[in-house]
Design a protein around this ligand. Structure first.
Ligand SMILES: Cc1cc2nc3c(=O)[nH]c(=O)nc-3n(C[C@H](O)[C@H](O)[C@H](O)COP(=O)(O)OP(=O)(O)OC[C@H]3O[C@@H](n4cnc5c(N)ncnc54)[C@H](O)[C@@H]3O)c2cc1C
Length: 473
C-alpha cells in the first residue's frame, strides 16, 4: 500500500521533531522517517541559542575568563578589580544572544529565519516541553556549570539544572560518585572557583549506595532512583546490614558530607521518568536545593527531552517510522513535474519502499548524524546529493591548532531564505525540499554554542513552509 503524507520529515532529531511538530500543528499530515539515534542522546539537554559570536568563538577559553562578572552586576567605578573583570567578560559569553543575531554573517542559518523566527521557535519549544525547562522568562543567557567545571551560556535549561546556575550566590556542594568517572566533583568545584563564580563551591566523591556494578550505566542509577528500589547499605568490607529506599539511602550518604551548603549538585542521573519526584525527595531529606550537572553520553536530560518532544509530536498527530534509512528519492515525471520530489525510498531489509508526500524536510544532522558525509571524493549530502561547498584540498578543511577555526565545522547544505537547498550555481535543488538543523552549513555549533537553537529555529521554519506547501497541493 502506498504511503502518502502532506509532509515527510527525514530525521527524528531536534530539528526533525521541531519541523514535524510545527507542520502538524498547522494541520498537515506529517510523518517522520528516522534511522538511528539522534544527537539528543549525547547532547547535554541544554538549548543554546548563541553563546559566543562567531568571531570570538574559536578556542572559546576566553569566554570562560570570568563568567560571574556578567551576572554579578558589579559597580566597576567603585571597584577597579570589577572593572577589569568586566573588561575580560566583554570577550566572554554573550549576555543577550538575540542582540547578536542581526550581526551574524549572511551565510549563518539564523539569518534565514531572523530574530523573530528564533523567538517563535523558542515559544514553540517552551509550549512543547512545559515546566520541564526554564529560561523563558528572560532574553539573557543563563550560565550553567558543566561537568568539567566550566560555565555554559545557554538559553533554556532543564528544570533539574535550575538550582545550579552560576549567577546564584548560594554555596554549593558538588557530589560525584566513585564509579561515575566522567564527573570529578572536587576538580569541577576547583575549576568553578578559579573561574570566579560568585559562590563557594566544594566537591566530594562518594560511593553510590547499594551493590551496583562498577561499570553500571547512568541509566541504572536513574532507574533505581525512579522506582526508589531498596538498596543495601551499611557494614564494612562489602557486607551489608540493612536496606533503604534508594533516594533515602543516597541522602544519608550525602548528609554526612554537607557543611552548611544550601544547594547540592549531582551528575545528571537523578531519575529518567520521575526526575522531578527524585529531586523533590532528595531536597526534603537533605534540607537543601538539589540540581543536576549536565553530563556526556548517555545524557539523561537529552533522553528526557527526546521523550517530551516525541510525546508532543504524537499529541499533534505526527506518525513515526523508525529504524530504517532513507536511501534515495523519486522525482515527479510528466507535465507539471518540475523536478519536484515525489517520494523518498526507504530501505527495509534490502527492499526499497517509496514514501510519498507533497513536501519534504531534510533533517538528517551534520557530520555526527551522517546527514553530511565525507569520503575520498569530498563532502556530500548522501540522500539527495545536495551541493555542499568545500575546498577540494582536504588540507584546507582543518587548521593546525586543535581548537582552531576549522572550516569543516561549517560544512553543510546552503539554502535560500525559504530553507530550500541550493546547487553550486545558487539555483534550487528541488522546489519542494527544505533543510534544517545540523545538515545546514554556515555555522560552527560547538564553537559558538548554537546547536539546539539552530535546530529549533530552522526546524520550525522548515516545518511551517512544508506544511503550507503540503496543504496547498
Ligand atoms: C556530543 C554533543 C553535545 C552537544 N551539546 C549541545 C549542547 O550542550 N547544547 C546545544 O544547544 N547543542 C548541543 N549539541 C548540538 C545539538 O545537539 C545538535 O546541533 C542538534 O541536536 C542537531 O539536531 P539535528 O536534528 O539537526 O541532527 P541529529 O540530532 O543528528 O538528528 C539527525 C537524525 O537523522 C537521522 N538520519 C540521518 N540520516 C538518515 C537517513 N538517511 N534516513 C533516516 N534518518 C536519518 C539520524 O539517525 C538522526 O536520528 C551537541 C551535539 C553533540 C554531538
Amino acid at each position: 500500500m502506498a504511503i502518502e503524507d502532506d509532509v515527510l520529515v527525514i530525521g527524528g532529531g531536534l530539528a526533525g521533531m521541531t519541523a514535524a511538530l510545527a507542520a502538524a500543528r498547522e494541520g498537515a499530515g506529517v510523518r517522520v522517517v528516522s534511522h538511528k539515534e539522534s544527537t539528543l542522546r549525547s547532547a547535554s539537554g541544554l538549548v543554546d541559542v548563541l553563546g559566543y559570536p562567531p568571531e570570538r568563538a574559536p578556542g572559546s577559553a576566553s569566554g570562560d575568563a570570568d563568567p560571574g562578572a556578567s551576572v554579578r552586576g558589579e559597580d566597576e567605578n567603585a571597584d577597579p578589580a570589577a572593572r577589569s573583570r568586566r573588561e575580560r567578560a566583554a570577550d566572554g559569553p554573550l549576555v543577550d544572544p538575540f542582540e547578536a543575531i542581526p550581526d551574524l554573517p549572511e551565510s549563518h542559518p539564523y539569518r534565514r529565519v531572523g530574530v523573530e523566527g528564533v523567538r517563535d521557535a523558542l515559544d514553540l519549544f517552551d509550549d512543547a516541553v512545559g515546566d520541564r525547562y526554564r529560561g523563558g522568562h528572560t532574553d539573557r543567557n543563563a550560565l550553567v556549570p558543566t561537568h568539567g567545571g566550566r560555565i555554559k551560556p545557554t538559553a533554556r535549561y532543564p528544570a533539574s539544572a535550575a538550582a545550579g546556575l552560576a549567577s546564584d550566590d548560594r554555596p554549593a556542594l558538588l557530589v560525584g560518585f566513585e564509579t561515575v568517572t566522567d564527573f570529578d566533583a572536587p576538580l569541577a568545584a576547583a575549576h568553578l572557583e578559579s573561574a570566579g563564580v560568585p559562590f563557594a563551591a566544594r566537591g566530594v566523591t562518594v560511593r553510590f549506595p547499594g551493590g551496583f556494578r562498577a561499570d553500571a550505566r547512568l541509566t541504572r542509577f536513574a532507574d533505581a532512583l525512579d522506582s526508589n528500589e531498596r538498596v543495601e547499605i551499611g557494614g564494612s568490607g562489602g557486607s551489608y546490614t540493612e536496606s533503604l529506599p534508594a533516594r533515602e539511602a543516597l541522602a544519608e550518604v550525602v548528609k554526612d558530607r554537607l557543611r552548611g551548603e544550601q544547594r547540592v549538585g549531582f551528575p545528571a542521573l537523578l531519575g529518567q521518568h520521575d526526575a522531578a519526584g527524585v529531586r523533590e525527595s532528595l531536597e526534603a531529606e537533605l534540607g537543601a536545593a538539589v540540581f543536576e550537572v549536565p553530563m556526556g553520553p548517555p545524557s539523561l536530560p537529552g533522553l528526557r527531552l527526546e521523550g517530551a518532544l516525541v510525546s508532543a509530536c504524537r499529541d499533534a498527530g505526527v506518525r513515526f517510522s523508525t529504524g530504517n534509512p532513507v536511501v534515495g528519492y523519486e522525482t515527479a515525471t510528466g507535465p507539471g513535474g518540475d523536478g519536484e520530489i515525489a517520494a523518498v525510498r526507504v530501505d527495509r531489509n534490502g527492499a526499497s519502499v517509496p514514501f510519498h508526500a507533497e513536501s519534504f524536510v531534510l533533517a538528517t544532522g551534520g557530520l555526527v548524524g551522517k546527514g553530511i558525509d565525507s569520503d575520498r571524493e569530498g563532502v556530500k549530502e548522501p540522500i539527495f546529493d545536495c551541493h555542499v561547498s568545500h575546498p577540494s584540498d582536504r588540507y584546507d578543511w582543518f587548521e593546525d591548532e586543535t581548537f582552531g577555526d576549522h572550516p569543516f565545522a561549517r560544512f553543510g547544505v546552503e539554502t535560500d531564505d525559504d530553507l530550500r537547498p541550493l546547487d553550486s550555481r545558487g539555483a534550487l535543488e528541488f522546489p519542494n525540499l527544505r533543510a534544517c538543523g545540523a545538515v545546514l552549513g554556515g555555522y560552527d555549533f560547538a564553537a559558538e554554542k548554537s546547536g539546539a537553537g539552530v535546530s529549533l529555529a530552522t526546524g520550525r521554519a522548515a516545518g511551517l513552509a512544508a506544511a503550507r506547501e503540503g496543504l496547498e497541493a
